[in-house]
Design a binder for this molecule. Sequence first.
Ligand SMILES: C[S@@+](CC[C@H](N)C(=O)[O-])C[C@H]1O[C@@H](n2cnc3c(N)ncnc32)[C@H](O)[C@@H]1O
Length: 249
Amino acid sequence: MRQCPMRQQNGPHGSDAFTYSTEDADAYGSLEIAGTSYEIGFDALAEKLGDLTGTRWLDFGAGAGRSSLFLRNLGAAFVVGVDHNFTMVKHANKQHVSRVAYALIGRTLPVANEAMDGAISCNVYTEIPSKRDMVVASAEIYRVLKPSSQFFIMTANPESIGHVYKSFPRTGSIEHLSSGSRVRCVITTPEGVVEVEDHYWTLDDYQDVLQAVGFEVRATDTPTSLKDSFVGTDESIIGPFLILTCFKE
Ligand SMILES: C[S@@+](CC[C@H](N)C(=O)[O-])C[C@H]1O[C@@H](n2cnc3c(N)ncnc32)[C@H](O)[C@@H]1O
């Protein structure tokens, strides 16, 4: 399997933000939802989202497009998938599917105020290197959402550190981590390994940031799975993902 060296960029979100190479984007793009550890998070999210027919959704940190297609498959009338990484947006744009558009972004979103019925951000917030940058991103998401709409974050469960999952081990030991600590995440994909430098954030960190920009955090979930496909790894013991359900009044 190919192993990618870790890289960082001086992008719109600071010198600590991770960047994906073309090879990374191709490998990440080969990663399905079904049969991977991600299935647990996306299944729980699908249950919360229900039927999205006729609605417009923002996918913040769309990557290679997997999470935007997830929204489309739930019936969304239109999905805007945004990402600050050029190679990821380029990969996502190869899909040419209807009802989904991808955009490369800086610190602001190319979306009008209160234009979206809802937003998701999956596997993104651990890549944001500071709480200040999380506030900037979350405030923009808040701005583009209609009143009485929801924003769902799927992120690493802070309690999952030290556990081994089918698609990635969460290496490290919680005693040695504090908010913002770097955490290496090695993701196994059908096209090789993608090595990402994530950051450790606690539930309190997420809540501070979301409340600071006006969201009400209505639920936090860490779903587990007893499926046979996860026998031998830790998905049945500690959920790999934390899902935050946020509400804009
Ligand atoms: C691990 S990928 C997840 C992609 C997709 N959401 C999924 O679950 O398949 C994380 C993506 O978030 C993007 N990202 C991280 N921080 C971001 C930020 N502050 N603004 C926009 N995109 C960001 C990265 O470039 C990367 O493409």
